[in-house]
Design a protein around this ligand. Structure first.
Ligand code: GLC
Length: 466
C-alpha cells in the first residue's frame, strides 16, 4: 500500500483561495479509493483557528523548526476525517493572520512551513513512500526534502498548478532562511534571485502539472513564465495529469444552495433561472439565454477579451450574471455594465460559494475565455450543472471541452482558438443561435451528461506514478 503525504497551502473545506484548494480537498479521497493511505499537511491559518474544525483537532507534537538563524516554535495538530488525516502546522507569528497570502514576508512564511514539513517527517512515526508537494508555497519543501531525505527511500513529487506564481526572493534569503552551504545555492537560484518554483523543479524526483496541454505549453516561453528552460532539462520527468471534479461536492441533485435541485431535467434547471432572474431584478423570461461568469477577476481568466466585446454582445436579447473579485479595472468594468444594462446584467463584486452554485445552476452558458488555464475548475462545474461552457482552447480547457459540431451533434461546449476578442464574440453569438434550436440544445445537454470528469482515471495515473 502506498503511503503519501500531501503538502500544500490550501485545502477545502478548511481554507480556499482558488482551484488548488479543491484539488487538495478531493484528490486524497480519490487516492484512498485506489488503495493509498494519504495524509495532508497545511498551515493553521487564522480562519481555521476560528472554524468549527479547530475544536476537533488534537495536538500530536511540538518542536522547533530552523529557518536559517531562527528557531521557530512549531506545534502539529491533527484532524481525522474518516479516510484522510490532516496535520496543521501551528505557528501564530506566521499564520495567525487574515487571509492566506499577500504579506511582505510570504517568502519567509512558506520557507518556514516547508522546513516545518521536513522536520515533521523526521519525527512522525509513519513511513511515507511519497511526499507530494504543490505550487511555490511548498517548493522549498521539495528542495530541502531532496537534499536531506528525512525518510530513506521516500520519493518527492511536485505538482505545478500555476507557474505564474513562483515565490521569488532576494538572493540574500539563501543564507538568511536556509541552512545549507553555498554548494546548494545554484539549485535555488534563477536569474540572480531565489525562486522556489525553480528550486522544486530542479530537485523533485518527478514533476506533474494539471493537464496534458499545459504540460506542453509550459515548455514554451509564453506559458513557461521564464522557467521553460528549467523545465526543458526535466521534460522526461514532466507529466500532465488532468484534475478531476469532486462529484459528491458538486452535485446539482444534492446541492443545498439551489432553489430547485435537478439531475437531468431542463425544466427544473429553468426554474432556477427564473428564480434567479426575479431575485436579481432581471427580466423574468425563460426564453432569454443567461450567460454566467464566476471567476477571480484577473487577466489570466481572459477578462481583457470580455471587456472588449461584452457591450456589443449585450445588444442582443441575452442576460449576464457575474460573480468575482480581483483587479480594480475589471471590478469597475462590471459595475458599470451593471448600471448601464438594467434588467439585463447583474454583477456582484465579491465571492460566495452558495451564490456561485446558484449561478452555475441557473445559467444556460458559462463564459471562460482564459489567456492560460493550467486545468480550470469552472468549466467542469458548469458541465456538471448542465451549463454549456464557452472557452478558449488552452490548457485544461482544451482537454476537457469538446467543441460542439452541429452536423454530427458531438461536443459538450463551445470553444475558439486565438486570444482575440472577436473570436469570443463569434463564439457567444454562435451559442446564442444554437440556443434557438431545441434539438441542438438537447444534444448538448445529453453530451454534458455523458461527460465523465470524476477523479477515478487521474487518481489511477497518480498511483502508477507513485
Ligand atoms: C490553479 C490554476 C487552475 C487549476 C487549479 C487547480 O488555480 O490556475 O487552472 O484548475 O490551480 O489545479
Amino acid at each position: 500500500m502506498k503511503h503519501v503525504l500531501f503538502a500544500a497551502s490550501e485545502c477545502t473545506p478548511f481554507i480556499k483561495s482558488g482551484g488548488l484548494a479543491d484539488v487538495i480537498g478531493s484528490l486524497p479521497q480519490a487516492l484512498v479509493k485506489e488503495g493509498a493511505e494519504v495524509s495532508v499537511i497545511l498551515p493553521l491559518y487564522k480562519e481555521i483557528i476560528h472554524s468549527e474544525y479547530r475544536r476537533e483537532m488534537e495536538e500530536v507534537m511540538i518542536y522547533n523548526t530552523p529557518v536559517g538563524w531562527r528557531n521557530q516554535y512549531t506545534r502539529i495538530l491533527k484532524y481525522t476525517d474518516r479516510k484522510v488525516t490532516y496535520y496543521f502546522v501551528d505557528n501564530e507569528y506566521y499564520f495567525n493572520r487574515d487571509g492566506l497570502y499577500g504579506y511582505i514576508d510570504d517568502g519567509e512564511r512558506f520557507v518556514y512551513f516547508s522546513n516545518a514539513i521536513i522536520e515533521f517527517m523526521y519525527r512522525i512515526d509513519e513511513n511515507y513512500d511519497v511526499l507530494h508537494c504543490h505550487d511555490w508555497q511548498t517548493g522549498a519543501a521539495v528542495a530541502i526534502g531532496s537534499i536531506k531525505r528525512p525518510q530513506p527511500g521516500m520519493k518527492i513529487v511536485y505538482t505545478i498548478h500555476n507557474i505564474q506564481y513562483q515565490g521569488w526572493m532576494e538572493p540574500s534569503a539563501f543564507s538568511d532562511m536556509f541552512n545549507f552551504g553555498m554548494e546548494h545555492f545554484a539549485g535555488f537560484e534563477w536569474q540572480g534571485m531565489l525562486n522556489m518554483m525553480k528550486a522544486a523543479i530542479h530537485h523533485a524526483d518527478v514533476i506533474t502539472t494539471v493537464s496534458e496541454t499545459y504540460a506542453e505549453e509550459i515548455l514554451t516561453p509564453f506559458f513557461g513564465e521564464g522557467l521553460e528552460t528549467v523545465l526543458e532539462y526535466r521534460r522526461h520527468d514532466l507529466h500532465g495529469i488532468i484534475n478531476g471534479l469532486d462529484m459528491t461536492e458538486y452535485n446539482p441533485l444534492r446541492d443545498d444552495a439551489l432553489d430547485y435541485r435537478y439531475r437531468s431535467s431542463c425544466k427544473t434547471k429553468l426554474k432556477n433561472k427564473m428564480a434567479l432572474q426575479s431575485a436579481l431584478g432581471l427580466e423574468v423570461d425563460e426564453a432569454i439565454p443567461m450567460y454566467g461568469i464566476v471567476t477571480r477577476l484577473v487577466s489570466q481568466k481572459g477578462l481583457d477579451l470580455i471587456t472588449h466585446v461584452m457591450h456589443e454582445f449585450l445588444m442582443e436579447d441575452v442576460q449576464l450574471v457575474v460573480l468575482g473579485s480581483g483587479d480594480q479595472q475589471y471590478e469597475d468594468y462590471f459595475r458599470s455594465l451593471f448600471q448601464n444594462f438594467p434588467g439585463k446584467v447583474h454583477a456582484t463584486i465579491g465571492f460566495s460559494e452558495s451564490y456561485a452554485r446558484k449561478i452555475y445552476a441557473s445559467s444556460d452558458f458559462f463564459i471562460m475565455p482564459s489567456l492560460f488555464e493550467p486545468c480550470g475548475l469552472g468549466q467542469l462545474i458548469a458541465i456538471r450543472y448542465l451549463t454549456v461552457p464557452i472557452v478558449r482552447e488552452t490548457g485544461g480547457l482544451k482537454d476537457t471541452v469538446v467543441p460542439y459540431n452541429e452536423f454530427n451533434h458531438v461536443g459538450n461546449g463551445f470553444s475558439f482558438e486565438k486570444y482575440n476578442a472577436h473570436e469570443l464574440l463569434d463564439a457567444m453569438r454562435y451559442s446564442r443561435s444554437i440556443y434557438q434550436d431545441k434539438a441542438h440544445m438537447d444534444a448538448l445537454i445529453h453530451n454534458m451528461m455523458q461527460s465523465d470528469y470524476s477523479w477515478a482515471k487521474s487518481a489511477e495515473r497518480y498511483m502508477s506514478l507513485y
